[in-house]
Ligand binder design. Structure first.
Ligand code: F6P
Length: 588
C-alpha cells in the first residue's frame, strides 16, 4: 500500500485525535498526584534535567506520540539530515549545521565530499585571526589596536550570535576574556539603529564585521555601506581593509564590496541562516570578543546534544520528547502559542532567537511535497525572562488563554549574591518563582479554596484559577559556554522534530520573499518621487495615500547644505552664531 501523503491521514494521527477526549477529561491536579507518572515523565542528559510531567499527557499519550514518530519516519529523517542528504528539497540543499560543531575527525558528507575538514579550516582561520586581533597585533589605519567590534547582519546573521553573546556576557570565565572589549550588533536598516550601534565608538578603534549569507540582503548591505562611509569619512578609503571584514557564502560579492578576500570567512549553502550561529556567522564575532577557546566550548556543548539527539532512544531523547510534545499541544490540543520563559537574565535573547528559528522553520502552509495542509503547523513563540514576564503577560497565561510554557532554570547562577540577613540568596529568590509558577499553572485555585480563605463572594470568580495549564521545566546545572551550546542545539533539534512530524520543509523560508519584492517597488517609487518629482503611481488607494502623506515632508538629509542652513537660520536665534553652527553640524 502506498504511504499516505500527509501525516494527518495516518492511523497513528487519528489515534491521537481519538485520545484527546480522554485527556480533556483529566486535570493536571489529578495527573500530578500520580508520583509514578511524574517520575516517568522526565529525561536527563549530562545533568540537564527535563520534567514534562506538567504536560496534559499520560504514558498512553507518549506511546501514541512515539508511534506517530514512527509513522512520520522520524528516525530515518534524522539520519538523512546527519548524512547530508538534500532534505531541504525546495532549495536542493543538505542541512548540516551539525557538521559545524562536529569533532575534527568526524566524517560528514555533502555531495559525496566530507565537509568537516573545510569547516575546521575556517575555524582555524578564525582562531588565528582572533588571536592576532585580540593580541593587538592587528592594528587599524592609524596604528591603534582595535577593541570594538560591530557585527552587521540581520535575521539568522544576527539573532543567534546576539543570544550567545548576551548569555556569555556575565559568565565569569567569558567576561574575564572580554575585558576592555565591546561587541555590538547592527541589524535594523533604521538609521536610528546605526546611530545607536556606533554611539561613542571611534572608527579608529573599531572593526566592522559584515555578516550575510547571501551578501545581498538589502538591510545589511545598506548598513554595511553606511558604516563603510563612517570609516572612510574619518580615516580615508585605505582604512577599509583594516577596519572591515566579512562572513558570507558569497565571497565574490564580498570582494566587489571592497573587503579584502583574505579577511573574508566562508560558510556554505548547507547552513541555513537561522541555523548558522555555529558557523563563522557566530564563531567569528564571538571569538573576537571572548577568544576562540570559549567559543570552542560552546560548539562542544552543541555537539554533545547532537550526539544525544542522534543516538538516544526516543523515550529519553530530550529534543525528540520536546518536539513531540509541541506537536501534541499545537495539533491535537489546539494551543497555537508557546512561551519561552528562562529564569535567567543571561538568556534574555533566547526567545527572540527561537522566534526566528521556530517561526521561519515551521510556519508553513504546504507539505514538503507541496500538498496544501489541512492542519496548522508551527506555533507563535514569544517570551521574556522570568521574573520580568510575571509582571507583564503572566496574567493572560494564568487566567486568560492557555499557552504551553517552557520554564528554563539554572542551578548555579553566573553571578551569585547573598545579602547577609536576607531569607535566601538572590538566585534562590529568582528560582522560587521558577519552581512555583508551573504548579500555579497546573493546579490553579478553586472556588472552594477561596471560600475556605474567606474571600468575599463577589471576588471568587475573579480570584479563581482554573489551572490545567501545561508547562515543562528544563533545569540546567550551570550556564557556561558549554550549556549555552547545549540549549541552542536542544531547540534547533526540537524544531526540526516538529517539522519532520508535520511533514513540512523546516529549512526553507519562501514566505519572506513577497514582502521583500513589494518593498523594491516602493523603493523605486520613493527614489522617483524624491529625486525626479514623479507622482505616486501603480499602488492601491490605501498605499498611494500613505505614500503621498509620507512624501509630503522632505527630510533634511535630502536637502543641499545651503537649504539646510536656510532651515536652521529659521530655527535658531540669528544672533547666536555658536548655536546656529552647532545645530547645522548636528543636522549634517
Ligand atoms: O529573513 C529571511 C532571511 O533570509 C533569513 O533566513 C536570514 O537569516 C536573513 O534573511 C539574513 O540573510 P543573509 O544572511 O543572507 O543576509
Amino acid at each position: 500500500m502506498a504511504s499516505p501523503a500527509l501525516i494527518c491521514d495516518t492511523e497513528q494521527w487519528k489515534a491521537l485525535q481519538g485520545h484527546v477526549g480522554a485527556i480533556q477529561k483529566t486535570h493536571l491536579r489529578d495527573l500530578m498526584a500520580d508520583a509514578d507518572r511524574c517520575k516517568a515523565m522526565t529525561a536527563e542528559f549530562e545533568g540537564i534535567f527535563l520534567d514534562y510531567s506538567r504536560q496534559q499527557a499520560t504514558g498512553e499519550t507518549i506511546d501514541k506520540l512515539l508511534k506517530l514518530a514512527e509513522a512520520a519516519k522520524l528516525k530515518e529523517k534524522i539520519e538523512k539530515m546527519f548524512k547530508g542528504e538534500k532534505i531541504n528539497s525546495t532549495e536542493n540543499r543538505s542541512v548540516l549545521h551539525v557538521a559545524l560543531r562536529a569533532p575534527r575527525d568526524a566524517v560528514i558528507n555533502s555531495d559525496g565530499v566530507n565537509v568537516v575538514p573545510e569547516v575546521w579550516s575556517v575555524k582555524d582561520k578564525i582562531k588565528q585571526f582572533s588571536e592576532t586581533f585580540r593580541s593587538g597585533s592587528w592594528v587599524g589605519a592609524t596604528g591603534k589596536a582595535l577593541t570594538n567590534v560591530v557585527s552587521v547582519g540581520i535575521g539568522g546573521s544576527f539573532l543567534g550570535p546576539l543570544f550567545v553573546h548576551t548569555a556569555l556576557q556575565t559568565d565569569p570565565e567569558a567576561a574575564e576574556c572580554a575585558k576592555g572589549r565591546q561587541l555590538r550588533f547592527l541589524a535594523n536598516v533604521d538609521p536610528v539603529d546605526v546611530a545607536r550601534s556606533i554611539k561613542d565608538l571611534d572608527p579608529e578603534t573599531t572593526l566592522v564585521v559584515v555578516v550575510s549569507k547571501t551578501f545581498t540582503t538589502a538591510e545589511t548591505m545598506l548598513n554595511a555601506r553606511t558604516l563603510k562611509e563612517w570609516i572612510i569619512s574619518s580615516l580615508g578609503p585605505q582604512a577599509v581593509s583594516k577596519h572591515m571584514i566579512a562572513v558570507s557564502t558569497n565571497l565574490k560579492l564580498v570582494k566587489e564590496f571592497g573587503i579584502d578576500p583574505n579577511n573574508a570567512f566562508a560558510f556554505w549553502d548547507w547552513v541555513g541562516g537561522r541555523y548558522s550561529v555555529c558557523s563563522a556567522v557566530g564563531v567569528l564575532p564571538l571569538s573576537l570578543q571572548y577568544g576562540f577557546p570559549i567559543v570552542q566550548k560552546f560548539l562542544e556543548g552543541a555537539s554533545s546534544i547532537d550526539n544525544h539527539f542522534y543516538s538516544s532512544s526516543f523515550e529519553k531523547n530530550i529534543p525528540v520528547l520536546l518536539g513531540l510534545l509541541s506537536v501534541w499541544n499545537v495539533s491535537f490540543l489546539g494551543y497555537p502559542a508557546r512561551a519561552i520563559l528562562p529564569y535567567s537574565q543571561a538568556l534574555e535573547k533566547l526567545a527572540p532567537h527561537i522566534q526566528q528559528l521556530s517561526m521561519e522553520s515551521n510556519g508553513k502552509g504546504v507539505s514538503i511535497d507541496g500538498v496544501p495542509l489541512p492542519l496548522e503547523t508551527g506555533e507563535i513563540d514569544f517570551g521574556e525572562p522570568g521574573t520580568n514576564g510575571q509582571h507583564s503577560f503572566y496574567q493572560l497565561i494564568h487566567q486568560g488563554r492557555v499557552i504551553p510554557c517552557d520554564f528554563i532554570g539554572v542551578v548555579k547562577s553566573q553571578q551569585p549574591v547573598y545579602l547577609k540577613g536576607e531569607t535566601v540568596s538572590n538566585h534562590d529568590e529568582l528560582m522560587s518563582n521558577f519552581f512555583a509558577q508551573p504548579d500555579a499553572l497546573a493546579y490553579g485555585k478553586t472556588p472552594e479554596q477561596l471560600h475556605s480563605e474567606k474571600v468575599p463572594e463577589h471576588l471568587i470568580p475573579h480570584k479563581t484559577f482554573k489551572g490545567n495549564r501545561p508547562s515543562l521545566s528544563l533545569l540546567l546545572p550551570t550556564l557556561s559556554a558549554y550549556e549555552i551550546g547545549q540549549l541552542l542545539s536542544i531547540y534547533e533539534h526540537r524544531i526540526a522534530v516538529q517539522g519532520f512530524i508535520w511533514g513540512i520543509n523546516s529549512f526553507d523560508q519562501w514566505g519572506v520573499e513577497l514582502g521583500k519584492s513589494l518593498a523594491s517597488q516602493v523603493r523605486k517609487q520613493l527614489h522617483g518621487s524624491r529625486m525626479e518629482g514623479k507622482p505616486v503611481e501603480g499602488f492601491n488607494h490605501s498605499t498611494s495615500s500613505l505614500l503621498e502623506r509620507y512624501l509630503a515632508v522632505r527630510p533634511l538629509c535630502y536637502m543641499s547644505s545651503f537649504r539646510i542652513l536656510a532651515v536652521m537660520v529659521n530655527q535658531y536665534p540669528k544672533d547666536n552664531l555658536e548655536a546656529l553652527t552647532l545645530g547645522f553640524y548636528s543636522f549634517l
